[in-house]
Design a protein around this ligand. Structure first.
Ligand SMILES: [Zn+2]
Ligand SMILES: [Zn+2]
Length: 743
């Protein structure tokens, strides 16, 4: 196979571009620098407060990338050499006549790039905005930065480089734009280039920082009343006037100490005060649907309202953020508008993972649309903090193109001030939407489809671009149309059907063929193919597991795990890739392989379909649900391991559920075990009406039924206590149950 280096291939493509620009200002000529970068000796302090990005940093970005394009290393000087082209950066551009003060950016992030054919002036209202201006200038030269990896850098290759007239002004659409994740928390060039940044804002759990627990001995009345006793906690009795005063004083001190936009979020947990004054603020008719508890939002909004007013009097510029979270996720039911300096950050952790806000087939995200509307009505500032991946599973290609295309402009229209995107740097499975999400966070009015067209064409090249676009759009459409909302590994098979795997593989093969001869394009197709292989291999191992063939499932699991470990060491994926795979798949596959290893023998995989009843009154035992002769014909038939209850359209009730089915036992047998691969909830298994040993929640377990089983038909009933949620609604019995014989 002949491979032509990328540089040479791109060189040809860019010659035409260079010719077209020949009339403009020369940057490099025949691999030698033609222009000089000019920066001030001592630039003014950064108004944005981020000292890591400044004029020298912007100059360095220009030097690095022009070198990538031309091999020429542009000199950096403090004055423009006479008669030579110059690129004035930041403070030097301002001195040379660049105007920035007309750009309206509340965060001081306006930026401008000008080229009149003789010189380039670029700069921003803060250091990061100047770096952004340099990146924007490089984009005009054909550069892109699609992935935060060397392979994600796209730039033309040419010996000579010129630039024509430019007049670009821009500023971000949100005050706060954060894209981050475990092992990806830094402030990388990729993030700044594509639009991350803005105000520094605190929003995490915070109360303990303002009112110390050690005040408890002196002022127990500041702390929550629980079961008629004040308890020492980071939680507080927020209706107490003295506590409020103290909290506000310490909040002001924090602001004066440098925390310009501090958090006022309550602690984690649920130690809500039960004193009459606090309780009187709650609306007993408003319940938090995810827990069934009385909504705590009214009392905390009243407290935040107080804090907002206290702070506004002295520091009106400070924004106080809190998470709308846990039992205070719903908007308040009685509340005048919150002061303008208080921001509610909606963190929909307990909502559907797959669909856009207000998706017509998604009850969860439709509810969320109403919730956001409710918050937008009472808070003049709302923010959105969410996941940019499929929570608790990160091996399979997943697209949020439809989500971001809709949600970011929608949030902007609702007055949202920022997006906080918790992401995983798994480019091979999330690449396109990660890029899109942060580009739209900077420019909510941008054309998402055009951004993606540019992405596919430049990242994969003119030939591999179209099949790669088809590949990702097919994945996006499949997730968008999926009528299932629960996360982790339990919905993958609904998208990656045999037909879909074949279709997407054909597109990748087509792209690989089209990318042949270009090292970079081919490598980019290849890493995406690794992502696809994860999906194919997971489906194969799931099939083996569902057939009771755990030896085969383990073989497939080990191969999938090892390949992902290798990829992780190469820099792809994330520590969660392996962690989630081990925790949610490996544990079960390995236990199944151990339980079924010879001389043990799998006599049967119990039926996929069981009878199901919800038992809200917890009367199942009295009503005889466990008994063999109980008539369960009125109960609903549901699939267990082949689909989640959510995917079968059943409601997610935090209650006890009962499952029943029958299976055959041979006349002669050795020891008999029932192996449960996974039950989501605390299970109690009854065989032929008799309670057996307790099972385990979400972990494999087996029960010795040798003494209770009888030849012929046996009835197994499982009581699943699903009153405490683990993941979003999966079920009860979510993986196969095996009848195993041991000698
Ligand atoms: Zn209280
Ligand atoms: Zn959904």
């Amino acid at each position: 196979m002949e491979t032509k280096p990328l540089r040479e291939a791109a060189l040809l493509a860019v010659m035409a571009l260079a010719a077209a620009q020949a009339a403009g200002m020369e940057i490099a000529h025949d691999r030698q620098p033609a222009a000089t970068i000019v920066i001030e000796k001592a630039p003014a302090p950064d108004k944005g407060g981020r000292s890591d990005w400044d004029d020298p940093a912007a100059a360095k970005v220009l030097v690095d990338w022009v070198k990538k394009i031309t091999d020429a290393e542009l000199p950096i000087a403090h004055a423009a050499p006479a008669g030579r082209p110059a690129i004035f950066v930041g403070a030097s551009a301002l001195k040379a006549g660049l105007k920035l003060d007309d750009i309206k950016s509340p965060t001081n992030e306006g930026m401008r790039v000008l080229c009149d054919g003789d010189r380039v002036l670029l700069g921003g209202q803060c250091g990061a905005a100047t770096v952004k201006a340099a990146c924007r200038f490089l984009e005009e030269l054909g550069c892109r930065y699609f992935m935060d990896e060397p392979i994600g850098e796209v730039f033309p290759r040419t010996k000579s480089l010129s630039v024509g007239k430019l007049d670009i002004t821009d500023q971000p659409g949100f005050l706060y734009r954060s894209i981050w994740g475990s092992q990806w928390s830094g402030n990388s060039l990729w993030k700044v280039w594509n639009g991350a940044g803005g105000l520094s804002m605190g929003m995490g759990h915070s109360w303990g920082g303002y009112v110390r627990r050690n005040l408890f001995a002196q002022h127990p009345e500041y702390f929550p009343l629980r079961l008629d006793k004040r308890v020492e906690s980071e939680w507080l009795c927020t209706s107490n006037p003295d506590l409020r005063k103290l909290f506000a004083e310490n909040l002001l001190k924090a602001i004066e100490g440098g925390a310009t936009n501090p958090s006022i979020s309550p602690p984690d947990g649920t130690t809500y005060c039960e004193c009459p004054a606090c309780k009187a603020q709650d609306d007993p008719n408003s319940l938090e649907p995810s827990s069934g508890k009385v909504n705590m939002t009214n009392r905390y909004c009243d407290f935040f309202d107080f804090l907002g007013r206290q702070v506004a009097a002295k520091h009106p510029e400070s924004i106080l953020s809190f998470y709308a979270y846990a039992d205070y996720t719903q908007p308040p039911t009685r509340q005048e508008k919150l002061p303008p300096n208080v921001a509610a950050w909606i963190a929909p952790i307990r909502y559907c993972r797959y669909h856009r806000i207000g998706h017509p087939d998604c009850p969860s995200r439709t509810h969320l649309a109403g919730l956001l509307d409710g918050w937008a009505a009472v808070a003049s500032k709302i923010g959105y903090r969410t996941y940019n991946y499929n929570l608790a599973e990160c091996i399979v290609p997943f697209s949020m193109y439809s989500v971001w295309k809709h949600d970011i402009p929608w949030l902007k229209a609702k007055g949202c001030i920022g997006v906080n995107l918790e992401s995983l740097e798994n480019w091979e499975i999330y690449g396109p939407h990660m890029y899109l999400s942060i580009r739209l966070a900077y420019s909510p009015a941008a054309d998402a489809a055009a951004l993606m067209d540019d992405y596919f064409a430049r990242f994969f090249g003119p030939n591999a671009g179209p099949p790669m676009k088809q590949y990702w759009m097919a994945i996006d459409e499949a997730f968008d149309k999926m009528k299932c909302h629960s996360g982790s590994f339990f919905a993958i098979h609904l998208v990656y059907t045999p037909e879909f795997l074949a279709k997407t593989k054909a597109l990748l093969d087509q792209a690989a063929e089209a990318a042949k001869g270009d090292i970079a394009y081919a490598a980019r197709v290849a890493i995406h193919t690794e992502g696809w292989r994860n999906a194919a291999e997971f489906i194969a191992l799931r099939n083996a597991m569902n057939q009771g063939d755990f030896a085969q499932a383990k073989k497939l699991y080990d191969a999938l795990h090892d390949r992902n470990e290798t990829e992780y060491k190469k820099g792809y994926g994330n520590h969660y890739t392996l962690h989630y795979l081990e925790r949610f798949v490996g544990t079960h596959v390995n236990a199944g392989a151990d339980a079924t290893a010879p001389p043990a023998k799998v006599l049967a995989v119990l039926p996929d379909h069981w009878r199901l009843a919800y038992d809200k009154e917890e009367e199942g035992v009295q009503k005889g649900y466990a008994k063999p002769d109980f008539d369960d014909s009125a109960w609903k038939q549901v699939a267990t391991f082949s689909n989640t209850l959510d995917a079968q359209g059943l409601p997610d009730l935090k209650t006890v559920m009962w499952y029943r089915t029958r299976f055959q036992v041979p006349e002669k047998h050795g020891r008999l075990m029932l192996f449960f691969t996974e039950v989501d909830g605390n299970p109690i298994v009854y065989l032929n009406g008799r309670e057996t040993d307790p099972g385990k929640k979400r972990a494999p377990f087996e029960i010795d039924i040798t003494k209770v089983a009888k030849p012929g038909e046996n009835l197994v009933a499982v009581r699943v206590d699903h009153s405490k949620i683990t993941e979003l609604f999966l079920g009860g019995i979510i993986r196969p149950v095996l009848l195993i014989e041991r000698p």
